[in-house]
Design a binder for this molecule. Structure first.
Ligand code: C2E
Ligand code: MG
Ligand code: MG
Length: 716
């Protein structure tokens, strides 16, 4: 043996197959023996390289490709342990077997403690033992390397933001990274070996139906690209039932020989992205202020509910809910309060219905409710009553207590209407009917309502042009001093000379004008026309003729009311004390404190004030005393009762006395008969007004009455 670099036959073992064994030994005979044993043609046959010096050995190790080293500690110039340390540091990953003489065995043991794999005494080394030790050493190191590689791979997989699961060919889980543990709710120990379908439960995002995870399809696919990769967007149901929006990608895994051995599933959490897109679609279907479904979503739900009810032979109902006088609240308290009130009402409505029902804000102060499970028509009425009560309870907003009511219109399927549009139309018509009948109530659709609604809508349309076309006229009804029988003033009462419908009384159009806001310009016209007429009478030499003008709530609470009155007085040159404004109790009591402010301002202008229809509202005596009014007008219903029953007499008597005790003028409205007049005169009522004296008449006739008054004397 002269050549130290010695190559033997190719190895047959696959593990560490390309690595050689490096023999570092100075003794040629010894080396030849070892080389012979390791390279012998058995199933364990190594490729061995031999060097005689430590420095060459270190160099060789650094070049790489060495699977194990066999080191004879008895090298020339070797210092034993130090020799080993040097070698070990050159390649700590390469296992080293020590060949030792018996007298250096203690040193060999020491070297093993410092990192060598094992030692063999030269005299005991036979071929079999040597090969087995080297083989074991190399296998162990290869296994350690694989484990380390896996560890690094797993750490890498753990650090990526996606969940990774591996399965074997049967679809059983063989690996899952930490994110996969989190997303599936399965810990590794429990998940390993289980079918992937147990660990990865997927359902459809919309229908909730189970979705195949595609592992089996991919594994047993025909090998085409599409069969090998599957991409699904769905919902992952975690072990605890929590749902996550995910994207699921499955890829086949083949071994080096191209045999299919399993699949890899990579899952990406798209919850946030999907939540964002859901939010966008939610925003387009919900009302920003109340967060309730909007008209679009409501229409969808209504249509769905109708087809379901049709299939199941069930009933459903639609309730149209509209706040009463919401505009007043908005105008007087501001939009922020108005918005808060709408939110509060939305909450009350939600509390009145079932989870399966839909409450929607149609816009403004209009809500609509779909009652999807109605057993009997009466159920819907019950809910309507519940809503009236719930909304009527005070709303505490910004430490203020606000009262609001709603009017409700209802329609039912299939008895009332069969399609969504008609149901809504009917509920709307019924809601208007509820408004007409005094608000704070509900009505269910009846066929006669449709005609009335159509008339109403047509009138509303015509009303917009009536002022411009000069279709309004004022009639005047005199007020008579019951002692002297002389006219004390005229009340201006509006009429609408409709081009097709003829002369319309206020009841037919004033409520509509109030609702759509047209009462503001109309009221301003009435005020101006009445004052102008009063001036015209006095200018024609008839003397001073006070006029009374009716003011509705919308006008009184409007922010331009005071300036409007002032402007008319200036424009017409009317003496303020000759103008009397008639306000009803309900207008004054709706918000008594702000009413007080307006009344005082009017009083300061010198205008006179009357409470109209006295006795029909709910006046507080405290306010009656404090309001700076001049006149109480006893409502005609009480005056008519004078002759009907004894109680009527008592009531009117009481009202006259209240007026007197407050130092107010008392005017009895609707005096129609002599006996009513007698009673009123006997009980000291100051003035009267009614058909007994005169119907409301046009200005010319009123002027004649005034003239006659002056020429012929008293009317009673
Ligand atoms: P009001 O102010 O109480 O007016 C009295 C109503 O009773 C008038 O009805 C009048 O024609 C009617 N009347 C007068 N004497 C008798 C009688 O002896 N018997 C009966 N049964 N009725 C009598 P009209 O003109 O239809 O007005 C109704 C209501 O419409 C008024 O009640 C008033 O509240 C409102 N109104 C009238 N004109 C205006 C107006 O210019 N602006 C506003 N905002 N409301 C008005
Ligand atoms: Mg009046
Ligand atoms: Mg009245």
């Amino acid at each position: 043996m002269t050549s130290p670099e010695h190559k033997l036959a190719e190895p047959t073992n696959t593990i560490g197959s390309h690595a050689c064994v490096l023999l570092i030994a100075a003794d040629a005979d010894e080396a030849a023996r070892v080389l012979g044993e390791l390279g012998s043609v058995t199933e364990e046959r190594f490729q061995v390289e031999w060097v005689t010096e430590l420095s060459r050995g270190i160099e060789r190790l650094r070049d790489g490709g060495v699977g194990a080293a066999v080191l004879d500690l008895n090298l020339p110039g070797s210092l034993g342990v130090e020799t080993f340390d040097e070698l070990f540091q050159a390649a700590p990953g390469v296992p080293i077997l020590i060949l030792s003489d018996p007298d250096t065995e203690a040193m060999a043991r020491q070297v093993v403690e410092r990192g060598a794999q094992d030692y063999l005494l030269k005299e005991q080394v036979d071929g079999y033992r040597l090969r087995r030790t080297v083989r074991t050493m190399m296998d162990r190191r290869a296994a350690e390397a694989v484990a380390l590689e896996n560890e690094v791979a797993n750490a890498t997989l753990d650090s990526i933001g996606e969940a990774v699961l591996r399965t074997d060919i049967s679809g059983n889980v063989t690996y899952l990274n930490r994110i996969a543990e989190k997303m599936t709710g399965w810990v590794r120990e429990e998940a390993l070996g289980r079918p992937i379908t147990d660990v990865l439960r997927l359902v459809d995002c919309v229908s909730g139906a189970a979705v195949d995870n595609a592992v089996a399809t991919v594994i047993h696919g025909d090998g085409t690209a599409t069969a090998m990769i599957s991409f699904i967007s769905c919902t992952l149901v975690r072990r605890d039932g929590i749902k996550l929006g995910i994207e699921n990608r499955v890829t086949v895994v083949d071994d080096q020989a191209g045999n299919r051995i399993g699949a890899v599933v990579v899952i990406r959490d798209v919850g946030a992205a999907r939540a964002a897109s859901l939010e966008t679609s939610r925003a387009s279907q919900h009302d920003v202020l109340t967060n309730l479904p909007n008209r679009t979503l409501f229409n969808d739900r209504l249509k769905q509910a109708i087809s379901l009810a049709e299939r199941q032979g069930k009933q459903l109902a639609v309730l149209f809910v509209d706040l009463d006088h919401f505009k007043r609240i908005n105008d007087s308290l501001g939009h922020t309060m108005g918005d808060n009130l709408l939110r509060s009402v939305a909450g009350r409505l939600m509390a009145c219905v079932r989870r399966t029902d839909t409450v929607c804000r149609m816009g403004g102060d209009e809500f609509v409710i779909l009652l999807s499970q109605v057993e009997h028509a009466e159920d819907a009425a019950l809910t309507a009553r519940k809503i009236l009560r719930a909304v009527a309870a005070p709303h505490i907003i910004d430490n203020k207590s606000l009262d609001v009511n709603v009017s409700i219109g209802g329609s039912t399927y299939p008895d009332g209407a069969q399609d969504a549009e008609s149901l809504l139309g009917q509920a709307d018509a019924a809601m208007y009917e509820a408004k007409q009948h005094g608000r704070n109530r509900y009505e269910f659709f009846r066929s006669d309502m449709r005609r009335r609604l159509a008339t109403r809508l047509a009138l509303e349309g015509d009303l917009r042009y009536a002022l411009g076309r000069n279709e309004f006229v004022l009639h005047y009804q005199p007020k008579i001093d019951l002692k002297t029988g002389l006219i004390t003033g005229m009340e201006a009462l509006i009429r609408w000379q409709h081009p097709e419908r003829g002369m319309l009384l206020p009841a037919a159009f004033v409520p509509i004008a109030e609702e759509c806001g047209l009462i503001l310009p109309i009221g301003q016209w009435v005020l101006l026309e009445a004052c102008r007429q009063s001036r015209a009478w006095s200018d024609s030499g008839l003397g001073v003729m006070p006029v009374a003008v009716n003011v509705s709530a919308v006008e009184f609470q409007g922010k331009d009311f005071l300036s409007g009155v002032r402007a008319v007085l200036i424009a017409t040159g009317m003496e303020p004390q000759n103008l009397e404004l008639e306000l009803t109790e309900s207008v004054l009591m709706a918000d008594a404190e702000s009413a007080m402010v307006t009344l005082l301002a009017l009083k300061a202008m010198g205008v006179r004030l009357a409470i109209d229809d006295f006795g029909t509202g709910y006046s507080s005596f405290t306010y009656l005393r404090r309001f700076p009014v001049d006149t109480l007008k006893v409502d005609q219903s009480f005056v008519q009762d004078i002759t009907a029953d004894p109680e009527g007499k008592t009531m009117v008597d009481a009202m006259i006395n209240i007026g007197k005790s407050l130092n107010h003028r008392v005017i009895a409205e609707g005096v129609e008969t002599r006996s009513q007049l007698d009673f009123l005169q006997r009980h000291g009522c100051g003035e009267g007004q009614g058909y007994y004296f005169s119907h409301p008449v046009v200005a010319d006739q009123a002027g004649s009455l005034f003239k006659a008054d002056l020429q012929q004397g008293p009317h009673c």
